[in-house]
Design a protein around this ligand. Structure first.
Ligand code: SF4
Ligand code: FES
Length: 144
């Protein structure tokens, strides 16, 4: 059964909200309470801030309960998530996981590293440069 969806519009964009998907993280109403206020109805006021600000906040919704509908090049309404380029993560045969685009790796010690180009993550467990692949999967004849 499709999830119930509520829509809220101003002249530029339409924000949709799926209550069953909302995890009540409070992120939207703590950060932009002029627009998102669960104490009043309708709880989303599309006239309270500039569209750019609303858009920016919607994109931070961790659950995907909030999303944006915009008009695409064919004049059809499309969810902005469907227009975003998808990140390609390639599980290579008998080898590492390849991330094909720029990404940020958050290490276990809390440090963060921006990686450009392709990143190869070890999947076999034998690399001495974990989390990255150093080619050891070939030496151990990793299958998987
Ligand atoms: S940010 Fe998304 S998940 Fe969090 S309360 Fe708002 S709608 Fe719900
Ligand atoms: S996948 Fe390449 S070293 Fe582990």
């Amino acid at each position: 059964m499709p999830l119930k969806t509520h829509s809220y519009s101003n002249k530029d964009l339409t924000v949709t909200w799926k209550p069953d998907q909302c995890i009540h993280s409070t992120i939207c109403w703590k950060n932009l309470s002029s627009v998102f206020n669960p104490k009043i109805r309708p709880w989303i006021n599309m006239e309270a801030e500039e569209s750019a600000k609303i858009r920016e906040q919607v994109l931070k919704c961790p659950s995907g309960a909030l999303s944006i509908l915009e008009t695409n090049e064919n004049n059809a309404m499309q969810n902005i998530d469907e227009q975003k380029e998808k990140v390609v993560i390639d599980v290579t045969v008998n080898g590492p996981i390849m991330i094909a685009t720029e990404c940020m790796i958050k290490h276990g010690d809390g440090t963060e590293e921006i990686r450009t180009g392709k990143t190869f993550l070890c999947r076999c467990g034998a690399s001495s440069k974990k989390p990255y692949c150093d080619g050891s999967h070939k030496k151990i004849d990793f299958k998987g």
